[in-house]
Design a protein around this ligand. Structure first.
Ligand code: IPM
Ligand code: MG
Length: 362
């Protein structure tokens, strides 16, 4: 089969790591007999400098024609982050209705020693957060600042419709069903109306998923449990802002942000796939940009998620994930995950290793 993928490398280390994601996909194509057509576009600070917009309309059009988007990272210390979010990130999420943001945290046994947390709590951590991505406080109206007789005021609005809540909860239930069948719905139902609605809908849906154990957890408690007993979580589902905060916290469990991929998915199609945007959780890391030091594994693992969720190529996705595990077991490390006795590789050499193993395993 032939697939088209829009590549948006962005700023900082984005282009270096995305290049490795692309080349591992090319290897998968050769081994499994697929053709991937890549079209690359500037987004973020580099697009601002070149075109005076963080994302050109043509870029969005090309994404629309593609089967999926492979994204790097955007922003730079001198750039206008608010503009980049407004002109690139949010339009991508909104245009393609990418309402379900999947961020998985898996602790690879060879990396356990490298985290800042006690190793004994990290064994067996393998959780995935489904964060609602196109609603809630980020987009609710009214959203503004104004002057009044009492001084300056500001408002953001936390609003959710039944439809928005149901569809993201469904993603959580479906994922849990394919995994360890446990779903933790995180809310603040002791205070917020949107959370009370969320909880009601979760309970209603639970009847359709009798095989999945549903638990409700307040977000403050969830923040604590994530570091107290992270291995107890399987799938967590939550609204936009809670998910933003909890996923940064959860990322610490993995030892390095350089390991964590993400998928932002739209509505599921009949064949089970969905349009999606795939990106590392880490940012642009400007301090090491251009030095061949960045860890490309998050981008490579994002490419695996792209194969799984947008193209329905499960075997191919697993081939990449297995290759990454083997590379780590063999002791290869980028600097961010290096421990004593490890063989340190640069960004490209790490990509080479994974591609080699994909080729050998396929
Ligand atoms: C993320 C980021 C974004 C978000 C910012 C950059 C708008 O923190 O993807 O988690 O809050 O969604
Ligand atoms: Mg965030």
């Amino acid at each position: 089969m032939s697939y088209s993928i829009a590549v948006l490398p962005g700023d900082g280390v984005g282009p270096e790591v995305t290049a490795q994601g692309v080349r591992v996909l090319e290897t998968v194509g050769r081994v499994f007999g697929h053709t991937f057509h890549f079209t690359t576009h500037l987004v973020g600070a580099v697009a601002l400098r070149t075109y005076d917009t963080a994302m050109q309309p043509e870029t969005l059009e090309d994404c629309r024609r593609s089967d999926a988007i492979l994204f790097g990272a955007v922003g730079d210390p001198t750039g206008d982050d608010a503009r980049i979010i407004r002109e690139a990130l949010f339009p991508l999420r909104k245009t393609f209705d990418l309402f379900a943001n999947l961020r998985s945290v898996k602790v690879y046994p060879p990396l356990i020693g490298g985290t800042t947390l006690k190793p004994e709590f990290l064994h067996g951590v393998d959780l995935i957060v489904v964060r609602e991505l196109t609603g809630g406080l980020y987009f609710g109206k009214p959203k503004r600042q104004w002057r009044s007789l009492q001084g300056r005021q500001g408002v953001d609005t936390l609003r959710y419709s039944e439809r928005e809540i149901r569809r993201v909860l469904q993603v959580g239930f479906e994922l849990a069903r394919q995994r360890r069948k446990k779903l933790t719905s995180v809310d603040k139902a002791n205070v917020l109306e949107t959370s009370r609605l969320w909880r009601q809908i979760a309970l209603e849906l639970a009847a359709e998923y009798p095989d999945v154990a549903l638990e409700h957890m307040y977000v403050d408690n969830a923040a604590m449990q994530l570091v107290r007993r992270p291995a107890a979580f399987d799938v967590i589902v939550t609204e936009n802002m809670f998910g933003d905060i909890l996923t940064d916290e959860a990322a610490v469990l993995a030892g390095s942000m350089g390991m964590l991929p993400s998928a932002s998915l739209g509505k599921r199609r009949r064949d089970g796939t969905a349009f999606g945007m795939y990106e590392p959780i880490h940012g642009t890391a400007p301090d090491i940009a251009g030095q061949d030091q960045a860890n490309p594994l998050a981008s490579i693992l994002s490419a695996a998620l792209l194969l799984r969720y947008s193209l329905g190529l499960e075997r191919e996705a697993q081939a990449i994930e297995r290759a990454v595990e083997q590379v780590l077991e063999a002791g290869y490390r980028t600097v961010d995950i290096a421990d004593e006795g490890a063989t340190i590789l640069g960004t490209q050499a790490m990509g080479d290793k994974v591609a080699e193993l994909v080729a050998a395993g396929g």
